[in-house]
Each structure stands twice: as C-alpha cells, then as structure tokens.
Design a binder for this molecule. Structure first.
Ligand code: COA
Length: 269
C-alpha cells in the first residue's frame, strides 16, 4: 500500500483513432480477462460521439486507460466511466488518480458536470481511491449488475456494484475523522462478518469491509459469500432508509484490520 509518486513521469493522452485504441483491448484482457472486452472499433465510435478515452503512457508503453461514454441521468448529460484500469505493477503510485484528474478536466471542458461509474463495494482499494482520493458519493446499489455467474476478481459471489457519482463542481462531503458508533456490519477477529441488530437511525452509519478481500479469498474462500450477503443487506436497507454513502475510512486511517464506509442521512439533524 505504498504510494510513491511514479505518476510524475506518466503522460496522459486522449485516444481517438483505431491504432491508438487497439492497445486498450489488450489492457482490458490483462486486467479482467476475456469477459466483456470492448473492441477498438466500437471505441472509435464512442470517441467520435463525445466519449472520453484516455491512455496513461510510460514513454511509449500504455500502462493504464480510462473509457467513458456520454450518459443521461436526472435530466442532465453525464459521462459514464465504464472502465478505468492501471496495470498491476503501476498501481498505488497515483497513475489512476492522474487519469481521473485528466478525465475530470476533459469532462468539464465538454460542459458536463458529473461522472458516474460502478465498482464492487467489497474492494477496499477502489473504495479508498473513489471516496477518499476523489470524493464520490453513492446512492444506488445494484445486486448482480453484470449477472450472478460472471466472475470479475471475486468468485461465486455475483457482481454487486455501487453506482457512484463524482460531482465535478462540488466539494466532497466533510465527515468526522472518528465515529464512535457500532457498524451495521463489522469484521470479527476471525475475518468473518457479523451483522448488527441496531435500527437504521442516526446521522451516520458505518459498514466495514475486509482490508483486502482478494487476499481473504485466497486464504478463506468460504468467508467471501457471507461478506457479500451481509454487506448487500446493509447497503440495500441503509440506502432504502435514505442514507447516502459519503466516505470511506481505510484500514490505514482507522488503524484497524477492516476499512469502513461512512453513510450519512441527509434528512436527519
Ligand atoms: C482502481 C485503480 C484504477 C486505481 O489506480 P491506481 O493507480 O492504483 O490508483 P492510485 O495509486 O491513485 O490510488 C490507489 C490508492 O489505494 C490505496 N490502496 C491500495 N490497496 C488498498 C487497500 N487494500 N485498501 C485501501 N486502500 C488501498 C493506495 O495506497 C492508494 O492510496 P494513496 O495514494 O492514498 O496511498 C487500479 O487499482 C486498478 O486498475 N484496479 C483494477 C481495475 C479496477 O478495479 N478498476 C475500477 C473499476 S472499473
């Protein structure tokens, strides 16, 4: 989890042409396997129609990319950032952050003020990156967004996703550094989740997730389904009760073996 700013030598370029977009097919395969690879020809059309496709380059080598197409939500045009990825050996060096900052600038230049994307709420790195470094919010949770049997990093637990919104011209929510409340889902010393019986009331709620679910899956594959079920229950019920996910306190910040999402109820004073 070291963050060395290797990103300073990385250049970000917007990609439009077939030859420029071909390597993005390879990067998709490297990160997610053969599932759902978007062909370069389709990306050419997306770029011409107002999408934003960026490549991150170390000299001439593409080491990351971001692929977004125009969307329409709440009566407003948005950019839906369907994929962002950095190859493994360049991760945790702020290359992803640099890609997102350029994506933000290019989106604002198009007169668009919000970017949406999805991610698996059990992934702590993505949670820290999206909520802590970028300042997104989440008010929608999709059960099995990409189907129940699709395997994307985690096996046998479906493909639940947060739908997050990055409001480009608003400041991120300020949340208290320490919240002394019992989490709706907490991690036991064994690494398994436990649900709370407390009511869904109060200004804030916490929902814990493992510090690294991919590592946990290697050592305790049987723990992953209980984590999916417990967190699915907590997020679905909390969002239904009017909470919005506004932050994430990573294991590092909490000095704890689990990270925790912070949920806020905008209607509670
Ligand atoms: C998500 C992704 C694009 C981020 O790119 P990146 O270059 O690694 O991002 P950054 O280096 O800017 O930020 C990563 C942060 O996560 C932190 N981190 C790493 N592992 C972590 C963990 N288990 N828990 C919490 N934080 C973690 C890093 O320390 C870093 O934070 P810092 O700069 O505050 O120290 C990249 O990790 C990736 O390609 N993941 C696989 C594909 C994916 O999930 N894409 C997103 C959904 S489409």
């Amino acid at each position: 989890m070291q963050s060395v700013d290797k990103a300073s030598s990385i250049k970000i370029h917007e990609l439009h042409e077939l030859a420029q977009l071909k390597p993005v097919e390879g990067l998709q395969r490297e990160v997610w396997g053969d599932i759902g690879v978007i062909p370069a020809m389709e990306m050419v059309a997306v770029a011409a129609a107002g999408g934003c496709i960026l490549g991150a380059f170390d000299n001439h080598e593409m080491v990351g990319f971001s692929y977004g197409f125009p969307g329409f939500e709440h009566g407003e045009v948005s950019l839906h950032s369907h994929m962002t990825a950095v190859v493994e050996k360049y991760r945790d060096s702020s290359v992803g952050h640099k890609l997102k900052l350029v994506q933000k600038a290019r989106t604002l230049a198009r007169g668009i003020h919000r970017i949406t994307w999805t991610f698996d709420p059990l992934q702590s790195r993505n949670a820290h990156f999206n909520f802590h470094k970028l300042g997104v919010i989440c008010d929608r949770y999709f059960v099995n967004f990409y189907g129940e049997d699709t395997v994307l990093f985690l096996e046998g637990v479906g493909t639940d996703r947060f739908w997050v919104t990055w409001r480009l011209d608003e400041n991120p929510a300020v949340i208290p550094a320490k919240l002394d409340i019992e989490p709706l889902v907490a991690m036991k010393d064994s690494g398994e989740p436990v649900r709370s019986n407390k009511p869904f009331s109060g200004l804030y709620q916490l929902i814990e997730i493992p510090a690294d679910v991919n590592e946990l899956q290697k050592h305790h594959p049987d723990f992953i389904r209980p984590w999916r079920e417990a967190t699915r229950w907590a997020f679905v019920e909390a969002l239904k009760a009017g909470y919005v996910v506004v932050g994430f306190q990573g294991p590092r910040e909490r000095g704890h073996h689990a990270g925790a999402y912070v949920l806020h109820s905008p209607n509670t004073r």
